[in-house]
Design a protein. Structure first.
Length: 441
């Protein structure tokens, strides 16, 4: 991008801060950031969260101040998945989303940032957050549930496993970031001029500090990451849901051994009935909890061993199950692993293939399932792997390791350290300068 003058050293943030957090995505993007915000509020900071209106239920439940960004992520995901899961299809979907919403997001975030001392930006609103922080001359910290910092340790999570030769791992991250930037570039620059009065950017920001709500048990911090890019652990709060099973669900749970959970969250646009029919045949004789999610209740008649559940907190439900069959979203993946149960993953798009591959490599899931390969022999073989005693033992051990992690506490401490607050645990992270210099060199 065009070079900006180097900023003078920022102020020393030594007390409670006023922060703006923004993201745009599904529940899997908003809920973890909400939990980090709750932790920041509990530490004495003031935080306002901007996100898709349909994903703010957790913010309401946890008393996190919030406002809805323009748009409807349900509609956007349906449109995105209708284009398929290739990089080209995803690129065209992102371009459509950017054209529709970036100016409104920029305007909303600019107003909300008034009086704030820093911006936490993630999801599809990340470039908006970076621009707004630049406009206000305040620091910006990137947040995410997918490890996108360039590294030699693994390729970009947005590329299918096996596509990238290991020597090109680090390059793949930069290539994907630039491809995403190309879709957002024109709308971002139009909004920068019209809304913020800023000059255009020509390349994406790549060196802002990054905090990830990702478990180090699933993705260890790569040795070649900058010191201010950190894997914190899953952003969740212990016993934060106050949830207990509804009477019908409790009765089902009490009536037999732990059931198998089947649910694909925000995924839609696939042949729901064909996929569920094949999975239920595979699970014949086992008790099943079916969560229809955005795809809706199937048209097929469900056998008596299946109990349908609505929206329930995964972190509370999954420990009551024996196996989780899911789409591989970052949040669902973390909750299944933390519950100490094996997974069977059927990825549909984006980083879901990365998480499916990660769980298989960890030995807690069979190779990824495909909605296009539903023959009984293939599915039965995958189920046999998931139910093998060795896989169950590894899943239990993984859950125990993750149970010791406190991602919110680490994230809250990291925010304070990055913004110049004294460290309380003996660690140190360099304070960051304003966003005006956070461009690709």
């Amino acid at each position: 991008m065009s070079r900006f003058t180097e900023p003078s050293p920022g102020p020393c943030y030594t007390g409670h801060m006023r922060l703006l957090a923004l993201t745009y995505g599904t529940e899997g993007d908003t809920r973890p950031l909400t939990l980090l915000c709750r932790g920041l509020i509990d530490a004495g900071h003031q935080v306002l969260l901007l996100a898709d209106g349909g994903t703010l239920g957790s913010a309401r439940a946890l008393d996190v101040p919030h406002a809805a960004l323009q748009g409807d992520i349900h509609e956007e995901v349906v449109a995105l998945l209708s284009r398929g899961n290739s990089p080209r299809a995803a690129s065209s979907g992102l371009a459509r989303m950017a054209r529709r919403h970036v100016a409104d997001w920029m305007r909303q975030a600019d107003q909300a940032a008034s009086g704030c001392e820093a911006v936490l930006a993630g999801g599809l609103a990340a470039f908006v957050g970076l621009s707004v922080a630049e406009r206000h001359g305040i620091p910006v910290i990137g947040t995410g549930m997918i490890p996108i910092t360039p590294t030699r340790a693994f390729p970009s999570p947005f590329l299918p496993p096996g596509w990238t030769p290991p020597p090109l791992n680090r390059l793949s991250h930069r290539v994907v970031t630039r491809l995403i930037w190309q879709q957002f570039r024109a709308p971002i620059n139009q909004a920068r001029r019209a809304v913020l009065g800023l000059p255009p950017a020509t390349t994406p920001w790549i060196d802002a500090p990054m905090l990830y709500g990702v478990s180090p048990s699933l993705v260890a911090t790569p040795a070649d990451w900058p010191a201010d890019h950190r894997v914190c652990g899953q952003w969740r709060l212990p016993d934060s849901t106050g949830w207990s099973p509804a009477p019908a669900l409790q009765a089902f749970l009490d009536a037999g051994p732990p059931p198998v959970y089947v649910g694909f969250g925000s995924m839609t646009g696939f042949d729901r009935d064909a996929v569920l029919s094949a999975l239920l045949r595979m699970l014949e004789g086992r008790r099943v909890l079916l969560s229809p999610g955005w795809s809706g209740t199937p048209a097929l008649a469900l056998p008596g061993n299946v109990h349908v559940v609505g929206a329930v907190p995964h972190e509370a439900l999954f420990p009551l199950t024996s196996l989780v069959i899911h789409h591989g979203g970052s949040g669902t993946t973390h909750s299944a692993c933390r519950a100490g149960v094996p997974s069977m993953v059927m990825p549909f798009a984006a980083d879901q293939f990365f998480w499916a591959d990660r769980l298989h490599r960890l030995g807690v899931a069979p190779p990824a399932l495909s909605p296009r390969r539903l023959d009984s022999q293939r599915l039965s073989a995958a189920l046999a792997v998931a139910e093998h005693p060795d896989v169950r033992a590894r899943a239990t051990a993984l859950g125990r390791r993750m149970a010791t992690e406190d991602g919110v506490a680490i994230g809250v401490a990291a925010v304070g350290q990055l913004l110049g607050q004294p460290a309380t645990n003996g660690s140190a992270m360099a304070p960051i300068a304003s966003a005006r210099s956070r461009s690709d060199p």
